[in-house]
Each structure stands twice: as structure tokens, then as C-alpha cells.
Design a binder for this molecule. Structure first.
Ligand code: AKG
Ligand code: FE2
Length: 264
């Protein structure tokens, strides 16, 4: 799933670094996320802080930080960067309006999730070292997925999971990839992904729509119904809704395990 030396002919391959981003986008104000758990009074994917890009790059270089930039649209924010890459032919039609950048500091991580549209993701990595853990949708029964969301229990540390506390994870079969400068990671449609920034760095994702009917159907449901229902329940029930969902993550996974043992 990791392709090496694929983008060696892109100008971005030699040009793109944290210093270069600071040069071309230093004055931009960027939304930052840390690793705090989801709260009822925050919207879906609402940022936790804001900073100038120049200050953010300085922060990344000064030592470990939890702050990440998530889903930062190149076209909208720094259109000139478009000249540095192209849309390769991977045999899947890439969505050209959505090249997204992701940044993170040493030791920061993007929680285990899958994307709302269950897209195919091509993840191009530029600076730093990054560890990625992937699971297919077939593994969802073992992952303590939180209902009405796209995440698993946030108190699971995928860098070093506590298998006593989360025994179902022992049954999950996944993939691990280590990304270095210039690598491309293919994340098949709907796959769960967790990214840990071993050193400060950034990547770009290009996406292609989900093609399997089942995944496409889930994408439509998530976008049209799930996120609105979840937002409404947060407003109506508040933190109780979040706590109930986290409880259900445990209950449902335990039920899945019992059912499997029953079948064995
Ligand atoms: O690299 C990251 O921090 C997250 C990437 C991601 O979630 C994505 O490309 O969909
Ligand atoms: Fe993602």
C-alpha cells in the first residue's frame, strides 16, 4: 500500500517542507486541533485554537505539541501550491477540488477514524516521519466504534493499546505503515486510519469517491443524516448523549464478541 519514488517528478517533491509552507502561507490564520475528547457543546470537527501559520511552524519545530491541522484545503488557502503537483492516474477518478493538507507536531496523532464519505485516499507525505495504522470496515466489530460517529473510543491508545482493557482488539487484523518523505500511502475506501506524527511534518491527501455500493450508501447516509442527527442530539441531550455513545461503543463490541464466541 505504500508507493515509493512515485512523485519524484513533482516540484513539490523537492520544494515542499515546513520552511517552504511558512514562506508561502506564513500570514494565514490556521485552525488547530488537539487530542481532547469530543464534547457535546462543540460542533462536528470544530477547531480548538487558531494561530498564524508562521507561528505554528515555529511551534512544530520547537518540540512536541499536540496541535494538528486537519483538512486544510490547498485550493482555498494557498492556490499557488497547485502548480507543484498533478493528479496522477491511479485508475480512480480523483476529486480535483479537494486536495487537503494535514500537519502535526512530534507525538501528535489523528484519532482512529474513517472519512465521512468513505473515500479512497491517496496520502502523499512530505516532511517528517509518520506511522499509520489501518483497518478495513470488516474489522469494525472489534474496534469499539462509537455509534452515530466516525470514530472509535477515544481512550484507546493505538500506539500502545491496553489489550486487557480492550480485549476485542486482539482479534482485529490491520496494517501498519511508516511514511517518509516522498512516500504515497493508498488507503482503500472506507478504511479506518490512525496517524501518529513521530516527528513534526505534513502530508497531502487526494481523494476518489467510494465505488462499492455499500460504502457509497454509507457515505450518503453519513452526510445527509448521521451528522445532522448527531448534532441535534448533542444540542438536545448534551453531554449525556456523548457519554451514552461511549458506553454503547463498549456494550456493542462486547455483544459482537459474545456472538462470535457463540458461533465458534
Ligand atoms: O494525516 C492526518 O493527520 C490525517 C489524514 C486523514 O485523516 C485523511 O487523509 O483522511
Ligand atoms: Fe481521514
Amino acid at each position: 500500500m505504500v508507493i515509493e519514488n512515485f512523485i519524484a517528478d513533482w516540484p513539490a517533491h523537492s520544494k515542499w517542507s515546513l520552511d517552504y509552507i511558512k514562506e508561502v502561507a506564513g500570514e494565514k490564520e490556521v485552525p488547530l486541533y488537539d487530542d481532547r475528547p469530543v464534547r457535546h457543546d462543540e460542533g462536528f470537527n470544530q477547531p480548538h485554537a487558531k494561530m498564524r501559520m508562521a507561528d505554528y511552524v515555529d511551534l512544530l519545530k520547537s518540540g512536541p505539541t499536540k496541535y494538528r491541522i486537519f483538512l486544510w484545503n490547498v485550493l482555498k488557502e494557498v492556490p499557488q501550491l497547485q502548480q507543484d503537483f498533478s493528479y496522477p492516474d491511479f485508475g480512480l477518478p480523483l476529486m480535483k477540488g479537494l486536495p487537503m493538507l494535514f500537519f502535526g507536531g512530534e507525538d501528535s496523532y489523528t484519532f482512529m477514524h474513517y472519512d465521512i464519505d468513505l473515500a479512497n485516499i491517496f496520502h502523499f507525505h512530505f516532511e517528517g516521519k509518520k506511522q499509520c495504522i489501518l483497518f478495513s470496515q470488516e474489522q469494525t466489530d472489534f474496534l469499539y466504534k462509537v455509534p452515530h460517529s466516525l470514530i472509535v473510543r477515544e481512550d484507546i491508545d493505538f500506539a500502545d493499546p491496553d489489550l486487557e482493557k480492550w480485549p476485542a482488539l486482539k482479534h482485529a487484523q490491520g496494517h501498519i505503515a511508516e511514511l517518509q518523505h516522498g512516500n504515497v500511502l493508498y488507503i482503500p475506501e472506507g478504511y479506518w486510519h490512525y496517524m501518529r506524527y513521530v516527528t513534526p511534518g505534513f502530508s497531502m491527501s487526494l481523494r476518489a469517491m467510494a465505488r462499492r455500493p455499500r460504502n457509497f450508501g454509507k457515505a450518503v447516509y453519513n452526510i445527509l443524516i448521521m451528522r445532522h442527527f448527531d448534532n441535534m442530539m448533542r444540542r438536545v441531550k448534551g453531554q449525556k448523549w456523548i457519554d451514552w455513545k461511549n458506553g454503547q461503543a463498549l456494550v456493542r463490541t462486547q455483544r459482537n464478541m459474545a456472538r462470535r464466541e457463540g458461533m465458534a
